[in-house]
Design a binder for this molecule. Structure first.
Ligand code: NAG
Ligand code: NAG
Ligand code: NAG
Ligand code: NAG
Ligand code: NAG
Ligand code: NAG
Ligand code: NAG
Ligand code: NAG
Ligand code: NAG
Length: 440
């Protein structure tokens, strides 16, 4: 395959050199993404995705030249993505993947905007440019809902629930105005200009966004990184955040928990939870430690290789939801949500979020913040933190509802949209649980 690639490569030299000037632009410090035609200013203005075609072609060319590691025969997804799977993805990307079609779908499926918000925070004083999806309901009783994606996802995660949230099947379930921003450095929200844009600052920025859209009171749904942002946002802005529904709720173990576990004194539920999160730390959290300690070690390689980055995130996409079949086009599309602006700042978010200190099981200082507004927690078995005991879940927030599903994984909105929708409807349809909806 490599001989063939090099031959094909010669004919593409012109394209490669043509795009070098645009690659150089990415070194300019500024709040824009060189490969897309977008500007950021308030008030919000419509955004349509249109990636520089020569960047798409250069990316395809880099994928074609990609060199794949030999997996030594280890079972797929134990060490990472197998050689065979990597070659299949490479071949598809080079010969079949149609970015134009994906881009058309994104523009058709999502009504998107850009804006700028300001926050009052000494760690980050610059205005913060944002990209976001905004779909309004036509129901007069609709509730504003902020949807927060995680890593290695993007705003695309909201795609399978958004129309049912805005236009539910009947008036007995709540309707929502949905706002789904891209985290800084993800999708089409530009990277921060410097370090310091952590979860507190992002929480302030997203609260400012909701206020800018004239939603002074709203609810939040999120998992993964989004569940950390929503925790800060609800704790810091209880006057604005009515309630939150989190699909990743992982209270840290205390030294006392671990001592009880070692002495065989934990309940079966506590034992299962401890085993689940320690197994995840042991087998699946390598990326998390790397990205939250020395992210630039991998940052250069991941930036240089679109194929390598796609294989890096595909392993993460697969391990927390083996039931789900990711199509090759989906894997590439998810990767492109990072590749277009360069994946490094997004991966570095783990350092800003201080996961090295806060990661489950290593934080002996206890929770930093307690969420007083009502919290709904929804869990699926192929996810980290599965089976959290209710009293432990309540250590970090006012958990009023715990929905436990027997099927699904980490990317609830995308992989199991029906059960996540049901959770949104029952939580925010229940006034005593969530502060909105009808009384029960
Ligand atoms: C890619 O998709 C676009 C838009 O749907 C379509 O016009 C074009 O023919 C497709 N290209 C190929 C090679 O199939
Ligand atoms: C757009 O929506 C269609 C119909 O729901 C879906 O099949 C497709 O996967 C979506 N594409 C993207 C990129 O979100
Ligand atoms: C700045 O970030 C630190 C954590 O790095 C945080 O403790 C502090 O509250 C932040 N400052 C402000 C003004 O939010
Ligand atoms: C809201 O939109 C739906 C779907 O487009 C339509 O069926 C319904 O009649 C609209 N409702 C109102 C109150 O306008
Ligand atoms: C309204 O829609 C919800 C969600 O699909 C469904 O569970 C419920 O039975 C429906 N209620 C009525 C009255 O049709
Ligand atoms: C806890 O149980 C295990 C397995 O049953 C046993 O090997 C171990 O000695 C026990 N530890 C304590 C402190 O009782
Ligand atoms: C526990 O967490 C892991 C994630 O590491 C998940 O894949 C596993 O299926 C979970 N569930 C149980 C019951 O252990
Ligand atoms: C938790 O939320 C409920 C319902 O809104 C509220 O009545 C209660 O005071 C809250 N508890 C705490 C500890 O904030
Ligand atoms: C509403 O939530 C409360 C807990 O806050 C719970 O006791 C009640 O059963 C829920 N109602 C329904 C209909 O689920």
């Amino acid at each position: 395959m490599s001989f063939f690639s090099i031959k094909a490569a010669a004919g593409r030299k012109v394209t490669l050199f043509a795009s070098i000037s645009s690659l150089l632009l990415s070194h300019v410090h500024g709040q824009f993404i060189p490969e897309i035609d977008a500007t950021y200013s308030s008030p919000p203005k419509p955004f349509s995705l249109c990636v520089n075609p020569s960047f798409i072609e250069t990316t395809r060319f880099k994928v074609q030249l990609g060199r794949i590691a030999n997996d030594l025969g280890v079972a797929p997804f134990t060490d990472g993505v197998s050689t065979e799977m990597a070659a299949t993805l490479q071949n598809y990307w080079v010969n079949e993947f149609n970015w134009t079609s994906v881009q058309e779908q994104i523009n058709k499926n999502f009504t998107m905007f850009t804006t700028v918000v300001k926050i009052d925070d000494q760690n980050y004083t610059e205005p913060i440019p944002l990209h976001f999806v905004h779909h309004r309901s036509n129901r007069s009783d609709a509730v504003p809902l902020l949807f927060l994606h995680g890593f290695p996802g993007s705003f695309l995660e909201v795609g399978r629930i958004i129309s049912s949230l805005t236009h539910p099947p009947n008036s007995s379930v709540p309707a929502f105005h949905v706002v789904a921003p891209s985290l800084p450095g993800f999708g089409f929200t530009p990277a921060p200009m410097h370090a310091g844009l952590g979860p507190i600052e992002v929480a302030h920025a997203f609260n400012a966004l909701m206020h800018q859209l004239s939603y002074p009171r709203y609810v939040i749904q999120g998992g993964d990184l989004g569940s950390f942002v929503l925790t800060y946002q609800a704790a810091l802005h209880p006057e604005s955040v009515i309630s939150v529904l989190s699909n990743l709720w992982v209270p840290a173990l205390t030294a006392a928990d671990i001592a009880r576990f070692d002495a065989n004194e934990t309940t079966p539920g506590e034992t299962a939870y401890i085993r689940n999160i320690t197994a995840y730390q042991r087998k699946g959290a390598g990326y998390l430690f790397l990205q939250s300690t020395q992210p630039l070690m991998a940052g250069h390689a991941l930036t240089d290789s679109p194929l390598g980055f796609a294989l890096y995130i595909f392993n993460l996409m697969q391990e927390l939801g083996t039931f789900y079949h990711w199509s090759l086009s989906e894997i590439i599309t998810w990767a492109m949500m990072y590749v277009i602006q360069g994946p490094y700042p997004a991966t570095r978010t783990y350092k800003e979020f201080r996961f090295a200190d806060q990661i489950v099981g290593t934080d002996s200082s206890g929770p930093a913040l307690f969420v007083n507004v009502p919290v709904g927690v929804t869990q699926r078995p192929q996810d980290a933190g599965w089976g959290v005991p209710l009293d432990w879940a309540r250590r970090i927030g006012n958990v009023t509802a715990l929905y436990v599903h027997d099927f699904g994984g980490h990317f609830a909105a995308y992989q199991t949209p029906d059960t996540l929708l049901d959770d949104c409807w029952r939580f925010w349809g229940n006034k005593s649980a969530s502060g909105v909806g009808k009384s029960h």
